[in-house]
Design a protein around this ligand. Structure first.
Ligand SMILES: *[C@@H]1O[C@H](CO)[C@@H](O)[C@H](O)[C@H]1NC(C)=O
Ligand SMILES: *[C@@H]1O[C@H](CO)[C@@H](O)[C@H](O)[C@H]1NC(C)=O
Ligand SMILES: *[C@@H]1O[C@H](CO)[C@@H](O)[C@H](O)[C@H]1NC(C)=O
Length: 203
């Protein structure tokens, strides 16, 4: 079959409208504004957060508030506390954890010998498709603007699951051992340090 002139014009129009789509607003700026809104902070937290913390070409989905523990064990070779994962409850509330709005859990999974963080909303949501989780890898880290007594802010990239392409941990409070050092012969096998944070999900 041969193409008519009108068909060619239609195809050209479709292709050019796709190619010349409206300029994308930098997701960087959207994420920054969102963080400012969440933290009700006009300056410091969002402004101090480096660009690496805001995934480019990603869309903001939502944020959840978390409350849980960061767990540590005493490393015998270095006599320091080493993080061995965390367990937290996730609530559908923007800033403060609200137990009446529990929607999921954050924990670590041991896959092929490495611990990976997971956010799992698949158990508590109606109409879930079983894919409502994300297992991720850390790609960025940033000392909390509120001080090093709070676990760092993080950006992780999803490697499994359909919940999000990126997750950012921000507004952290606590979660760090009082002293970095421990005595392997004296310390309890597990040190559990409470923390709260928000997790911001991007697609
Ligand atoms: C972390 O500690 C909690 C208790 O707060 C425990 O339930 C959880 O299994 C621990 N997870 C890891 C990875 O150690
Ligand atoms: C959070 O609550 C809002 C409003 O009820 C709802 O639209 C949204 O789907 C919920 N998000 C999650 C992740 O459960
Ligand atoms: C992960 O699991 C393997 C096999 O069960 C175990 O040998 C390893 O110590 C675990 N790694 C961590 C970091 O817990």
């Amino acid at each position: 079959m041969s193409w008519t002139f009108a068909q060619i014009i239609v195809i050209f129009t479709v292709i050019s409208s796709v190619c010349m789509a409206a300029p994308v607003v930098s997701s960087n700026n959207v994420a920054r504004s969102y963080l400012q809104l969440l933290t009700r902070d006009e300056g410091s937290a969002a402004a101090a957060t480096p660009n690496i913390m805001f995934p480019e070409n990603a869309q903001l989905k939502f944020s959840l508030a978390a409350e849980g523990t960061q767990n540590y064990t005493c490393d015998a070779s270095t006599s320091t506390w080493v993080n061995i994962g965390a367990l937290a409850h996730l609530s559908n509330s923007s800033l403060e954890y609200d137990p009446t709005k529990l929607v999921g859990f954050h924990y670590f999974v041991n896959e092929t010998g490495t611990l990976s963080p997971e956010w799992d909303l698949s158990r508590s949501q109606p109409n879930n498709d079983g894919n409502n989780f994300v297992v991720a890898t850390k790609i960025g880290q940033f000392t909390s603007p509120d001080g090093p007594q709070n676990v760092p802010w993080l950006l992780v990239q999803g490697k499994e699951g359909g919940l999000a392409r990126f997750v950012m941990r921000a507004q952290t409070k606590g979660g760090v051992p009082h002293t970095p050092n421990c005595d392997p012969s004296q310390s309890a096998p597990l040190l559990v340090v409470p923390y709260t944070s928000i997790y911001i999900f991007f697609d």
